[in-house]
Design a protein around this ligand. Structure first.
Ligand SMILES: [Zn+2]
Length: 346
């Protein structure tokens, strides 16, 4: 190997490396060229391996040329890197561009279903009078749903409750929360103050005021010496807490087989306040619940002696309460899962 040849090889390597560097499309390619040409096992080292074959006096000269070549290649790679960094940054900025003026996505908050919310309101108010919430099964037996509530199989009052039966003989979907009265009396000792909220089912044609599935809240109070006056006082307090202080209320005669006497409880119309309007059927009153003194037969079925204990029960529809409060005219809205309706309640 002679000096001139080695110098030419080094020049050729430099020219080739400079061309590659200039054409490198990205910084990864620049890194690859650096390893390939200047690395420990790179091509420059390979060329310099020929140095051993040169006469000793020529070696420093080759070393000087090699250093110049290395410096030129390093400079070219550095320059290319710097250029690429600028354009790669620009590309990255373009790729990750954020429009800070884009409107944010709102975080939607869930709300309670209006029926659940109404039951919560009812439970809170009666809770202040010492009523505790009690759960009662949705699938009932005919005995508890009807017979123990003074509704025998041939009783005409069964027409009031068109019933959905399950495929177990004698079992049905409860048509009201009233069978809970029997279960509470059997489970608790007087004094009893219990609230029974829950889902009820009836074989009904669905329209604006009837559903085959709806909620009810039943209340029951039993103690020695409980009277109709206690019932009236309690319901008056409830009506004021739910619909506002100063609302007039009234009892009207009603009928249920399991209470005697039975009453309907009305509040002054929430829309017109008394004179009469379409919402109250021009009567000036809105019926919010049914109630009455528990029939002695029912007390006995609950395991209590009617000579010693008296009690009252009341039942209301939380949807109806909500409808009256907010002027909602169609019961079906509560079961249709339309968010435009449901989101109005918080
Ligand atoms: Zn009215």
């Amino acid at each position: 190997m002679e000096l001139a040849q080695l110098t030419r090889d080094l020049d050729a390597l430099r020219d080739e490396a400079l061309a590659q560097a200039a054409a490198a499309p990205d910084s990864a390619s620049v890194d690859a060229i650096e390893t390939d040409v200047l690395g420990k096992k790179g091509r420059l080292t390979g060329v310099l391996r020929g140095i051993g074959a040169l006469p000793v006096e020529d070696r420093p000269r080759v070393g000087a040329v090699a250093n110049t070549v290395r410096a030129a290649i390093e400079a070219a790679l550095a320059e290319r890197r710097a250029n690429l960094r600028g354009s790669e940054l620009a590309a990255r900025l373009e790729r990750e561009r954020i429009d800070v003026t884009t409107p944010g996505r709102p975080i939607r908050r869930g709300t309670l279903h209006p029926s659940i919310e109404a039951m919560g309101d009812i439970a809170r108010i009666f809770g202040q009078f010492g009523f505790v919430v009690h759960e009662s099964p949705e699938i009932e037996d005919d005995q508890t749903n009807f017979q123990m509530l003074n509704i025998p199989p041939d009783h005409p009052a069964r027409d009031l409750w068109d019933t959905l039966y399950v495929d177990v003989p004698g079992r049905l979907l409860r048509t009201h929360t009233s069978p809970g009265q029997i279960r509470v009396m059997q489970a608790m000792e007087p004094p009893i103050r219990a609230l029974l909220p829950g889902r009820c089912f009836r074989y009904e044609a669905v329209d604006a005021s009837h559903g085959f599935e709806f909620f009810q809240v039943e209340g029951i109070m039993v103690d020695e010496g409980t009277t109709m006056a206690d019932l009236k006082g309690l319901l008056d307090e409830f009506a004021r807490a739910m619909f506002g202080a100063g609302r007039k209320t009234r009892f009207r005669p009603g009928y249920y087989p399991f209470t005697e006497p039975s009453v309907a409880f009305d509040v002054e119309c929430l829309v017109c306040g008394g004179p009469g309007c379409p919402a109250c059927g021009r009567s000036g009153w809105m019926t919010i619940l049914g109630a009455g003194m528990i029939h002695p037969v029912v007390l006995r079925h609950g395991g209590l002696d009617p000579e010693r204990y008296q009690g009252f029960a009341f039942g209301m529809g939380p949807e109806r309460i909500k409808m009256l409060k907010h002027g909602i005219t169609d019961l079906r809205l509560f079961m249709e899962n339309d968010l435009r309706f449901l989101e109005q309640f918080a």
